[in-house]
Design a protein around this ligand. Structure first.
Ligand code: UFG
Length: 349
């Protein structure tokens, strides 16, 4: 089957492409390269040859999803029946919570506008299967127990608003009945780690806001210390608890979602992808230090605006429906993330 991955050269997209290739899918990538680097292609090819994987070809198209003509060209090029695009994994989008507050127009135009063009072209070419990279950030809760897919949707920043809006849009598309759609919104919790080769990983452009890239910077001595946002949350040690999920477990979840959709006639699903295990900031620092033999100095500062204390997935739907099981521990995430950082201390530059 031919699968088109939007944003396929980004952090999550690149790991999904590798996993698709390993599972014998043919992969097409559409990426604007605004937040990714073409070196990823060489490194995916390196991993493929290092592991002597017998894979099908991967083709890359540099394009912005809002360029409808370009999208039409790509779908037309692959419109011969037996080799047409069977499914889309839609990862492309802007993803910084901080930036989204100052640039809501860019976030809505890219994330929502781009998706509208994509769906329009998919419908034009009769492609009816899409897996959307959604996020746990759409939930308006995060201080109690495990969060299931029926929890209140109430995003508190423009980035989250755009993810929720795309989910809402896809629901309307599904119920339009214009074609038999198969749609899964995968709601990621906190993706981290890297492929075990250390050749692909997270390479944020601009200022890093998420904890893993910041811890790695501190470990590399490019930053003095980690500022821990709050030590008075109602959690095991007072620091924020999150559900970190290894990016390869996440990638495997996409393959299983694709296989699931291949066996149904029409479907609309929301599914959490998280480990279901909460890790506090202090626990994370301890594991990172011990696994990698590095020092992570830290200091406590006030809470970050808009943060929650406890965000952990109820992942039972992914486990029962997709037969998915996260296999990698926090220790694996710390080790793999550090290996990638040692090989690429400045990311792809
Ligand atoms: N934290 C610190 N110091 C830092 C950065 C983070 O103490 O410098 C803490 C946060 O307070 C939080 C935890 O580390 O307790 C994780 O913070 P991240 O910024 O790494 O992740 P968030 O859970 O806040 O948000 C992330 C992504 C969102 C995504 C969400 C899904 O940034 O895009 O997970 O739950 F939607």
């Amino acid at each position: 089957m031919k699968v088109l991955v939007t944003g396929g050269l980004g952090f999550i997209g690149s790991h999904i492409c590798l996993e698709l290739l390993s599972n014998n899918f043919e992969v097409l990538v559409v990426d604007s390269l605004i937040n990714s680097n073409s070196l990823v292609i060489d490194n995916i090819n390196k991993i493929v040859s290092q592991n002597k994987l017998n894979v099908r070809k991967m083709r890359i198209y540099e394009a912005d999803l809002r360029d409808e003509c370009k999208l039409i060209d790509i779908f037309r090029e692959h419109s011969i029946k037996e080799s047409s695009i069977g499914a889309v994994i839609h990862c492309a989008g802007l993803k910084s919570v901080n930036d989204s507050v100052g640039s809501p127009i860019d976030y809505w135009a890219n994330n929502v506008g781009g998706t509208i063009k994509l769906i329009k072209v998919m419908e034009e070419f009769g492609c009816n299967t899409i897996i959307f990279s959604s996020s746990a950030t759409i939930y308006g809760v995060g201080d109690g127990g495990l969060i299931n897919e029926n929890a209140t949707i109430n995003p508190i920043n423009p980035y989250g608003q755009t993810k929720a809006a795309v989910e809402r849009f896809l629901k309307d598309v599904f119920y339009s009945g214009n074609q038999k759609w198969k749609i899964v919104n995968l709601r990621y919790f906190n993706p981290t780690g890297a492929h075990k080769s250390g050749l692909i990983g997270e390479s944020p452009k601009g200022l890093a806001n998420n904890i893993f890239p910041i811890i790695s910077k501190v470990a590399l001595k490019k930053k003095d210390k980690l500022k821990i946002f709050g030590n008075n949350w109602d959690t095991k040690d007072g620091t924020g608890v999150r559900d970190y999920i290894h990016v390869m477990d996440l990638a495997e979840g996409h393959i299983l979602a694709l296989k699931y959709l291949n066996n149904v006639k029409e479907e609309f699903l929301n599914i959490n992808l998280g480990n279901g295990i909460g890790t506090s900031v202090l626990e994370l620092i301890k594991t990172y230090q011990e696994s990698n033999n590095v020092e992570i100095p830290f200091e406590f500062v006030g809470r970050r605006k808009g943060d929650f204390g406890h965000v952990v997935a109820d992942n039972s739907k992914a486990i029962s429906l997709l037969k998915w099981k996260p296999k990698r521990s926090i220790k694996d995430m710390c080790k793999d993330s550090w290996r990638w950082n040692l090989l690429y201390p400045n990311g792809y530059v």
